[in-house]
Design a protein around this ligand. Sequence first.
Ligand code: FES
Length: 145
Amino acid sequence: MSDFWQTHSMHYLEMAFQTDRCEVLENPDARGRNKGVCGDTIEIFLTVTDDRIQWVSFDTDGCISTRACANTVAMMAEGKTIAEAWKITTEDVIAYLETLPPESTHCAELAVGALYLALTDYQAGLKNPWKKIYRTKAGAGIRGD
Ligand code: FES
């Protein structure tokens, strides 16, 4: 375990263990749930005001690298417009974390994919605002909480 602390960057460690964005929102402005080939899932929740992302939270049952990637995506998306958030890439996440293991690249893809699905959900909601009325808790929480 001591290798873990010595081989990871401060960015990776901070993003891996930060917990303030680990939150299931019951009534977000948008959500995106993505399941990876490894079987892990990330669900991202967006709070948006005037086309600008105010808050991003997530739920995941994935590994520590998944948490690091989800936190990084959330941090990068906050404060951005929807159009700006579409420009966040897997490469951006990997570059920020500095020490994401090569075998965990798919964790970054999973997190960015969840963001893209949430952005798609937001834009679909703009076209069909009545759909938000019918949202239920059904999609809330990977562990059903
Ligand atoms: Fe599955 Fe990290 S190992 S997303």
